[in-house]
Design a protein around this ligand. Structure first.
Ligand SMILES: *Cc1c(COP(=O)(O)O)cnc(C)c1O
Length: 362
């Protein structure tokens, strides 16, 4: 049975990238971000390979519980926090670390009557992103409340998130940092602020903890820099195979809507990958794949299960040849994301369960 398409996940590259995080931020602890099934890479295998991390972070309670159910004992931060009594009990019973970004969430914790104190929580400071976060006076107020409730929460720190850290030299990053810096100075609490882009470009944001996501998976967060420029190695290589070829005559149209027409006699190939695998339909007439080391452009629309490619520049291509969809020099996921009008985060997390993950160097 054919296993194509599949995602080849290089765990040695992942560990290399974690080492790079340590080199960029040598004095900080590392909270590896493995939300959204580890950016589409498969969270269990990725968490195992990242066991040198000081902690993990996910977006939701359900993701944290799945990690605990698979035996992971590390601290796990839940970025979205929790709000109900029942959820606070789970956080307490499983020793999880919630992010607090609403006063009501604290009220609900106080009323929840948890059985044992939470080892830690993060207080999310609003510094300019205007998504999850509380303004400084509200955080001061919460600190005041928590000081008297060590039976509820043993330790707490300050967290915030950059809105523009992928833009080098953007003044707004300095403005966000200044707001954090002021509260960090006056409270002396531990701070966690930097995502991948800030880890690489804003050393003054490293503080006590950093939280890399994308860079662990080997992709660059900057539009004008590649992963290789940043000493990162791509972790996922998405591969499939050539399942058909056809000879086209001038005037023949390819695929749904006839969005591409041959202008000369040519050979066309069909590759088994489509939007049902997470390959963006925005790459219709725009993407490129690699076959036998040769770039070949996509022609016509991306279908649910297949794409068509122009084989004129690769006459040696044969049925069943392996095709690299992304994750090689020249067809990086960052480059394709730009072609699709999106970001590598989206392409990686959109790879569907139909695509098997195969792990190398585990
Ligand atoms: C996803 C996320 C991160 C990781 O960001 P990257 O850009 O992937 O490094 C860090 N912090 C928060 C709050 C996040 O939601």
């Amino acid at each position: 049975m054919s296993r194509y398409p599949f995602a080849r996940i290089d765990l040695a590259a992942l560990k290399h990238n974690l080492q790079q995080v340590r080199q960029y931020a040598p004095d900080s602890k590392v909270m590896s971000v493995i939300k959204a099934d580890a950016y589409g890479h498969g969270f269990i295998k990725i968490a195992k390979a990242l066991n040198q991390s000081d902690a993990f972070a996910v977006a939701r309670l359900s993701e944290a519980l799945a990690l605990r159910q698979n035996g992971f004992q590390q601290p796990i931060t839940i970025f979205e926090g929790v709000s109900s009594t029942e959820e606070w009990h789970l956080v307490s019973d499983y020793g999880l670390t919630a992010v607090l970004h609403q006063q009501q969430h604290l009220d609900s914790l106080i009323n929840a009557g948890i059985n044992r104190p939470l080892p830690a929580i993060w207080l999310m400071l609003e510094t300019g992103m205007h998504r999850l976060g509380l303004p400084e006076p509200a955080i001061q107020q919460i600190i005041h409340q928590l000081e008297k409730r060590k039976d509820l929460v043993e330790q707490y720190g300050l967290m915030s998130h950059f809105a523009n850290s992928d833009l080098l030299d953007d003044l707004r990053n300095q403005q966000q940092l200044a707001i954090m810096h002021k509260l960090a100075e006056s409270t002396g609490l531990p701070v966690c602020m930097a995502n991948s882009a800030a880890i690489i470009s804003l050393p003054e944001s490293h503080y006590d903890w950093v939280r890399p996501g994308l860079m662990l998976y080997g992709a660059s967060p900057f539009a004008d820099k590649s992963g290789a420029d940043l000493r990162l190695k791509p972790v996922m290589q998405l591969v499939s195979k050539l399942i058909a070829t056809q000879q086209l005559k001038p005037g023949d149209q390819v695929g749904y809507g006839g969005q591409w027409t041959a202008d000369k006699p040519m050979r066309m190939g069909v590759v088994s990958i489509g939007y049902g695998d997470g390959y963006s339909r925005h790459l219709s007439n725009a993407g490129t794949v690699m076959i036998r080391g040769q770039y070949t452009p996509i022609i016509g629309r991306v279908s649910m299960d297949t794409i068509c490619i122009n084989l004129n520049d690769c006459p040696q291509a044969q049925l069943d040849d392996e095709v690299i969809i992304w994750g090689a020099d020249g067809v990086t996921v960052e480059w394709l994301a730009e072609k699709a009008g999106t970001i590598p985060y989206e392409l990686l997390t959109c790879v569907t369960p139909r695509v098997q993950r195969e792990y190398l160097n585990g």
